[in-house]
Design a protein around this ligand. Structure first.
Ligand code: F6P
Length: 359
């Protein structure tokens, strides 16, 4: 088997905690084999630039990265290179430039750390341009198929749980209903995990329909039991009771989920007159030091990805399944969206605890 000498690594899509820990693991493992590692700046934008934007990564440089948030390489979650928005407003296919950038750097393989969207784009580039790609899954949403963990999810759950812990005291002090709106895109993994861990009374996720009447009953039931407050956690993609998706668009025309927390607050106030406050946790869930579990997952994925390159096993993504790091074809992983399964253990757990979860 030909020995690989120079590999590239990039982070793509929304950042999250644990990315630097993964970069560190890749550098340690690859340098340990005598390989050279080039960090590509700002995902595919670094390969699109001329000269391609990269930096050589050495063990000394990455050792302090274990606890730092974000990504030292930068990232982007905008601009599909196959339909890239140009400054003059036109759309251009810039995939050839990215592929040429990879070859100009003399890379033998590329490790792409990304979510399903990024991995799909990277795979498309790899297929078109002969890029030897290995994928590492990351996303606080934890919605990538065939992996129980993606880097960043655990830290986001910890942050959301801590938010509930804090909200509980102020909720009890003021006899209020507190609503915490969390991220997660179209999957409710963050909400259900943090909701159980943080003692929520109501957990709303996009996968399970709910009614406002049932939420009101849950609040009243608690009041009858002498409990003067209620904690509600809701995923950003949960729809209104009428099925409307709530989004916000900024002046740049960028559209994101947002508003379901306030919608619920207004509904509850109107129906049963409870005093309600809404906290939108936002990007706090993506920032800061990674949890020990995310660091562990990042370390294991980084090492496994380098080993896949050594085996010449390209077009694969590392995965976490039943406490083992395995690998699956990237095509299979991105073909399956991992939403919360209504038969999931956590769904049963929440219901067993008397949490209102919809339906
Ligand atoms: O996919 C990660 C994520 O944080 C989602 O949970 C959220 O909907 C989205 O990204 C926010 O994206 P942006 O950073 O563009 O605001």
């Amino acid at each position: 088997m030909a020995k690989c000498k120079r590999i590239g690594i990039l982070t793509s899509g929304g950042d999250c905690s644990g990315l630097n820990a993964a970069i560190r693991a890749v550098v340690h493992c690859a340098c340990g084999k005598g390989w050279e590692v080039l960090g590509i700046r700002q995902a595919t934008l670094g390969l699109m630039a001329r000269p391609p934007q990269s930096l050589k990564l050495e063990i000394d440089q990455v050792d302090s990265l274990l606890t730092s948030g974000g990504t030292m390489l930068g990232t982007t979650n905008k601009g599909d290179p196959f339909a890239f928005p140009m400054p003059d407003g036109s759309i251009c296919d810039r995939s050839e430039q990215i592929i040429a950038g990879y070859h100009q750097l003399g890379l033998d393989a590329l490790i792409g750390i990304g979510g399903d969207g990024s991995l799909a784009i990277l795979r498309h580039l790899a297929q078109k341009g002969g890029i030897n790609l290995v994928g590492i899954p990351k996303t606080i949403d934890n919605d990538i198929g065939i992996t129980e963990h993606a880097i960043g999810f655990d830290t986001a759950v910890n942050i959301a749980t801590e938010a509930l812990d804090r909200l509980q005291f102020t909720a009890a002090s003021h006899s209020r209903v507190m609503i915490l709106e969390v991220m997660g895109r179209d999957a409710g993994h963050i909400a259900i995990a943090a909701g159980i861990a943080g003692g929520a009374d109501v957990i709303l996720i996009p996968e399970i329909p709910y009614t406002i009447d049932h939420i009101c009953s849950q609040i009243k039931q608690r009041q009858d039991q002498g409990k003067n407050y209620c904690l509600i956690i809701v995923s950003e993609a949960v729809r209104t009771q009428d099925g409307e998706t709530l989004t916000m668009t900024n002046r740049l025309g960028q559209c994101r989920y947002g508003g379901i927390g306030q919608y619920l607050a207004d509904q509850l106030c109107e129906r049963i007159g409870v005093e309600t406050r809404v906290t939108v946790l936002g990007h706090i869930q993506r920032g800061g030091t990674a949890s020990p579990r995310d660091r562990l997952v990042a370390a294991a994925f980084g090492v496994a990805a380098v080993n896949l390159i050594e085996e010449g096993k390209y077009d694969y993504m590392v995965t976490w399944q039943n406490r083992q790091v395995l690998s699956v074809p990237i095509a299979e992983a991105i073909a399956q969206y991992r939403a919360v399964n209504p038969d999931d253990t956590l769904v049963k757990t929440a219901r067993g605890l008397g949490i209102y979860l919809g339906d």
